[in-house]
Design a protein around this ligand. Structure first.
Ligand code: ZN
Ligand code: ZN
Length: 367
């Protein structure tokens, strides 16, 4: 309760900066973040003026849940035609500048909204104003309640990985490993996986987003396992690369470069840095080793209610890292005839640097 109120208090000053009097929140995760409401349908109106109560509009299926989950919101019902309930919702707002989330509303939803709004007399209706990234940028910096849930999701991820990798043998299919992970995570409190696990052996692992196949895993091939549990809405994200039995000669060489890139970034990354410079920390190590071209994705991303959130850490990033962000560090090298190595931790960035939530040990070579 207190946490959603303080979230609204963080949103309000940003509205004046965006030159709107209130924000219409339609995006699912932003809605849950700002209100605590976990139903699948609903819009919020957050007035910049803290004397005015925020509004949660939803349909009759969710009225009770909305009142329970979002006690500081005025709950109104979306009933019947949109024209009717929009009129009831919007007219009392009066002639204000009402921001909408341009990244969420589809072109047709926006047209519909504009049309119903235009039926309200001009002197009594809000002006619809395009906004971008207001709640997303606030969500990038996590509060204590969120950090606790993210740690829990990471812990479940560690446990599911330990369970599946202690059971796996040569001859298992990638899909079976993926299912073993999911079964364990869900059996121990995860509401779902944050995304479909990647279990990619041998050359298949050269595709960073490979889907698990019904192919048997063989001894000696690198296996990329990228997975994360979701707990109470919050996602975890981790990658480890393992080998069953004896690895080939190439593996320790590639693995050590990726590990060095990972550790360099984890040790050097700090608030105030750009997402581009953070990426460069790891990219330089891989480039110096001669594999720059084989690290074809960004260093990492924010994680929270969504698996990929602000900030982006990569060569094209315009984001600046701030204390309180939860990010991944996940360099990789991918060789098409051989396979891939990726090592990914998720953790908190604060004034002291990066603190991993991921507890799963990393393979160490004896070379
Ligand atoms: Zn991942
Ligand atoms: Zn990731």
């Amino acid at each position: 309760m207190t946490s959603t109120m303080s979230r609204i208090d963080r949103i309000r000053p940003r509205l004046s900066e965006a030159n709107v009097d209130a924000l219409l929140i339609t995006e699912l995760h932003n809605r849950r973040y700002a209100s605590g409401f976990s139903g699948s349908n609903g819009w919020l109106v957050i007035p910049a003026d803290d004397a005015r109560a925020p509004i949660l509009a939803t349909d009759f299926r969710y009225l009770e849940q909305a009142a329970q989950e979002s006690p500081e919101f005025e709950v109104v019902q979306m009933k019947g035609e949109m024209q009717k309930w929009w009129d009831e919702l919007a007219r009392p707002l009066g002639r204000i500048r009402l921001g909408f989330e341009s990244a969420d509303l589809t072109v047709s939803a926006h047209k519909r909204l504009r049309d119903v709004n235009a039926k309200i007399p001009a002197s009594q209706r809000p002006a619809l104003v395009q906004t971008a990234n207001i709640v997303e940028s606030i969500r990038a910096v996590k509060d204590d309640a969120e950090l606790a849930l993210l740690r829990r999701a990471a812990q479940l991820t560690d446990d599911a990985f330990a369970h599946a990798t202690s059971a796996v043998e040569a001859g298992w299919t990638e899909s079976r490993v993926s299912w073993e992970i999911e079964q364990y995570a869900r059996g121990h409190g995860a509401e779902a996986m944050a995304f479909e696990s990647i279990v990619a052996a041998g050359p298949w692992g050269a595709r960073p987003h490979a889907r698990p196949r019904d192919e048997a895993i063989e001894m000696g091939e690198p296996i990329v396992i990228d997975m994360g549990a979701r707990f109470s809405g919050y996602c975890a994200d981790m990658t480890r690369t393992i080998v069953l039995g004896e690895h080939d000669e190439q593996f320790p060489r590639i693995y050590d470069i990726v590990l060095a890139a990972h550790e360099t970034a984890a040790q050097m990354i700090e608030p105030g840095m750009s997402g581009k410079d953070a990426d460069q920390l790891a990219r330089q190590v891989i480039t110096d080793a001669g594999y720059g071209e084989q690290f074809g994705h960004g260093l990492g991303h924010g994680v929270g209610l969504q698996i990929h959130e602000t900030p982006h850490l990569g060569v094209t990033s315009k984001d600046t890292l701030e204390p309180g962000m939860v990010i991944t560090i996940e360099p990789g090298i991918y060789l098409s005839d051989w396979g891939g190595v990726r090592i990914e931790d998720m953790g908190l960035l604060d004034e002291q640097g990066f603190h991993s939530f991921t507890g799963t040990p990393k393979l160490r070579m004896l070379a």
